[in-house]
Ligand binder design. Structure first.
Ligand code: F0G
Length: 449
C-alpha cells in the first residue's frame, strides 16, 4: 500500500501515435536518443530518477557548502554509521566515481576480481586497473522460470575453481553485488554473504559489497530467509553489511537521491589511501563531487530507504508490474527482482534472430504502443556475447502510481497481442566503441513493423 501522497507534481504527456512513430524514426530507433518530454512512463533506469521526500528537500536548504569540514558531510557520516555500520566515508559524485576511488586503491595490474555478477561500470573499472573481472553467479541466476529465492547469490564453488586456477595471491578482492543488477535484480541471502566472508578470510581477500540496492535486498532477506522473519529491514541491512570490509555505493539507488555516492569502510589505512585518491578524482574528502545539499539529501535518503512502509511499497510495486504481465503469458523473469522487471525478448519475438535485435525491436514497439521507455540488454547492448535477449523495465522510486503501472501492463499486453507482426532491425550507424554502442548507435527496421 502506498503510504505517501504528492506535494509537488510534474506534468507528463503521451504524444499521439503518429508523433511516437516520428520520434522513433528521428531517434534512429534508439530510445536513448528520445527527448524525455516525449516519454510518458520512463522505465529506462531506477538510477537517480526517483522522487525525493519533503524531508529531503527541507534538508537541502540546510546544505553546508563549505569546501572543507562541511556539517552536511558529518550528517552523512552519521547516517552511514547508523544505517550501514561503517565508520569511514569517502564521498564521490556517483557509484562509478566511488568505484574508481576504491578499485584504483586496492587493485593492481594482473589481479583477478570475483563478483556474483559485475555490473557494467564495475567490470569497466576493474579492467581500467589492468585487472580481470570474473563472474561467479550461482547456476540458477540464468534460469528464467525457476522459483529460486536467492538467485542473485555468489557461487563459492565456482570462485574456488577460479582461485585454484589463478592462485589466491592474485585475487585481492571479492565483490558481492546486492541486489544482483546484472542477474535480473535478484537478491543475495545473508547466509551466502556469510559464506563469502569465510571465503575471503580463507584466501585473504578484501570483501567489497556493492551496496547500491542494499535496502531492497534486505527486504527480500526479511521475507524469505527464515532466520530474519521477525527482524526489521533496517536490522537485516545492518547485519548483511556487517560482514563486508568495504561498501561501494551509488546513492542514486537506495540513497534515494538524484546524484551522489561513496566508499565506506572500517579499516583506517584503507580509508586514508582511498581518501587521497578521492581528493584527486572527486574532490576534497568532505564533499567528493557533491554539493552540500546533495549530501544532506542523501543522509536523509539512506534512513528513509530502510523504513518499512517505503521499502514494502517499493518492492511490491515492481512485483505488481511483473506479475500482471506474467499472468497474461508474457515471458517475465521469475521471481521478479527488486528494482526492475525483465522480459525475454527471445521468447516474446522468437521469429526475430539475435542478429536482428529482438530486444531492441520489443523496446521500440513498447514505446510506439504506449510511450513507455525501457532498455535493451541483449545482443544490441552486448555484442558478441551469448547473453539472453532481455529488456529491462526499471521502476524509479516513489515516482509512479498504480495507474502508470497499469498503463505499462496494458501497453506490453497490446504489443504481445500483435507480436507476430513485429520485425527486426539492423544497425546503420555505429560509434567507434562497440561496447557502448547501445547509447548512441542508430538502427533501421528491416521491413515488417
Ligand atoms: N553498481 C551497480 C550494481 C549499478 O547498478 C550501478 C548503476 C553502478 C554500480 C554505478 O552507479 O550509475 O551511480 O555510477 N546502475 C545504473 C542502472 C546505471 O541503470 O542500472 P552510478
Amino acid at each position: 500500500m502506498t503510504t505517501y501522497k504528492s506535494k509537488m507534481v510534474e506534468p507528463i504527456h503521451l504524444p499521439a501515435r503518429e508523433e511516437r512513430a516520428a520520434n522513433l524514426e528521428d531517434a534512429g530507433y534508439n530510445l536513448f536518443n528520445l527527448d524525455a518530454d516525449d516519454v510518458f512512463v520512463d522505465l529506462l533506469t531506477d538510477s537517480g530518477t526517483g522522487t525525493m521526500s519533503a524531508e529531503q528537500w527541507a534538508a537541502m536548504i540546510r546544505g553546508d557548502e563549505a569546501y572543507a569540514g562541511s556539517s552536511s558531510f558529518r550528517k552523512l557520516e552519521d547516517a552511514v554509521a547508523e544505517v550501514m555500520g561503517f565508520d569511514h566515508v569517502v564521498p564521490a559524485h556517483q557509484g562509478r566515481g566511488a568505484e574508481n576511488v576504491l578499485y584504483g586503491t586496492i587493485l593492481e595490474e594482473g589481479d583477478v576480481v570475483l563478483n556474483n555478477t559485475h555490473f557494467d561500470t564495475t567490470r569497466a573499472h576493474v579492467a581500467n586497473q589492468g585487472a580481470e573481472a570474473v563472474d561467479c553467479p550461482v547456476p540458477e541466476a540464468s534460469e528464467f522460470d525457476s522459483e529460486g529465492e536467492f538467485k542473485g547469490n555468489f557461487s563459492v564453488d565456482e570462485a574456488r575453481r577460479v582461485v585454484d586456477e589463478v592462485g589466491a595471491e592474485n585475487v585481492p578482492a571479492v565483490i558481492l553485488t546486492i541486489t544482483n543488477n546484472s542477474a535480473a535484480g535478484q537478491p543475495v541471502s545473508v547466509e551466502n554473504t556469510r559464506a563469502v566472508r569465510e571465503f575471503c578470510d580463507e584466501i585473504d581477500a578484501t570483501f567489497v559489497l556493492d551496496a547500491c540496492r542494499f535496502a531492497e535486498n534486505a527486504y527480500f532477506v526479511r521475507n524469505r530467509e527464515q532466520e530474519f522473519a521477525d527482524a526489521t529491514v533496517a536490522e537485516v541491512a545492518r547485519e548483511q553489511l556487517s560482514y563486508a570490509d568495504v561498501a561501494v555505493m551509488s546513492g542514486k539507488k537506495d540513497g534515494l537521491v538524484n546524484i551522489g555516492g561513496f566508499v565506506a569502510c572500517r579499516d583506517e589505512t584503507l580509508y586514508e589511501h582511498a581518501k587521497q585518491r578521492g581528493i584527486l578524482y572527486e574532490g576534497f574528502s568532505t564533499y567528493g563531487g557533491m554539493s552540500g545539499r546533495d549530501i544532506e539529501a542523501m543522509a536523509v535518503g539512506l534512513r528513509e530507504a530502510v523504513e518499512e512502509d517505503y521499502i514494502a511499497d517499493r518492492v511490491e510495486q515492481v512485483r505488481f508490474l511483473g506479475e500482471r504481465m506474467a499472468e497474461q503469458g508474457i515471458p517475465v523473469f521469475q521471481p521478479v527482482g527488486g528494482h526492475a522487471v525483465y522480459l525475454d525478448a527471445g521468447e516474446f519475438l522468437p521469429h526475430i534472430p539475435a542478429e536482428e535485435f529482438p530486444g531492441q525491436a520489443l523496446a521500440v514497439e513498447i514505446y510506439r504502443e504506449g510511450g513507455v521507455r525501457c532498455v535493451e540488454l541483449g545482443s544490441f547492448a552486448f555484442p558478441d556475447s551469448d547473453r539472453p535477449e532481455l529488456i529491462r523495465m526499471a521502476v524509479p522510486r516513489r515516482m509512479y502510481h498504480k495507474e502508470h503501472i497499469e498503463h505499462v501492463v496494458e501497453t506490453v499486453a497490446a504489443v504481445w497481442d500483435r507480436r507476430e507482426e513485429i520485425g527486426g532491425y539492423e544497425v546503420v550507424d555505429e560509434p567507434p566503441m562497440k561496447e557502448i554502442r547501445h547509447f548512441s548507435a542508430e538502427l533501421a527496421p528491416l521491413g515488417r513493423v
